[in-house]
Design a protein around this ligand. Structure first.
Ligand code: NAP
Length: 185
């Protein structure tokens, strides 16, 4: 997560990714904004690259609703990736609902670590832990299932370097209908 690239740097960054991946197009490219009032100039460059066929779909990350509106006036947005979890980033409730209404995927990051962010590990939450114990599942599964229960347009991208955690996280998708899950927070 480096500094925000300037608009005139974006083409070179996309071309570098194409080169290192050995592809002639990128399936999805997110513009991760930081501190911009308007994303129009940056997003406009990515929209040009999409028109040229170097990028298939565009997304946004770390954005507010105003940014989404600015971008959609320029080109279609297929996904919004913002921080979000049962006890973290709930300022994004509104944009999550707007994404659902507009047919845009909402992709939460830090669903597991919450306020711990990049420090890693699972965020502690007594309510989540008690719910997990009551249902014979793990707190990580509850955290992931809760985010997925926020709508069919919500995806999960938990990071893990642990195969046991990976299996656990994958099966969280089967828990979205657990009674009481969506009322957890
Ligand atoms: N767009 C953005 O601005 C932005 C910002 C941050 C992150 N992201 C993206 O979001 C994704 C997730 O981010 P993240 O990996 O930092 O956060 P995360 O998914 O919330 O949490 C990952 C942490 O949770 C642990 N974990 C995973 N599964 C677990 C389980 N079943 N039980 C206990 N602990 C578990 C991992 O440790 P173990 O390895 O030990 O399992 C790791 O410490 C990544 O793809 C990242 O690139 C995007």
């Amino acid at each position: 997560m480096g500094r925000l690239a300037r608009p005139d740097q974006l083409r070179g960054l996309v071309e570098a990714d194409l080169g290192s991946l050995g592809r002639d197009h990128l399936d999805v490219v997110y513009l991760r904004q930081q501190g911009l009032e308007s994303v129009a100039e940056h997003f406009g460059v990515l929209a040009d690259l999409r028109r040229e066929g170097l990028i298939r779909h565009l997304g946004l990350s770390n954005v507010r609703l105003a940014h989404l509106d600015q971008a959609e006036a320029i080109a279609p947005v297929v996904a919004v990736q913002n921080r979000y979890g049962v006890d973290f980033g709930r300022v994004n409730d509104e944009i999550l609902d707007v994404c659902r209404a507009r047919g845009i995927a909402f992709v939460p990051f830090f669903a597991l670590t919450g306020a711990g962010r990049e420090q890693g590990g699972l965020a502690g939450n007594d309510t989540v832990t008690a719910f997990a114990h009551a249902h014979g599942v793990t707190p990580a599964q509850v955290r992931l299932a809760w985010t997925l229960s926020r709508g069919p347009h919500v995806l999960a991208i938990p990071g893990t370097g642990n195969p046991t955690h990976l299996a656990e996280n994958l099966s969280a998708a089967d828990l979205v209908d657990l009674p009481g899950l969506s009322e957890l927070a």
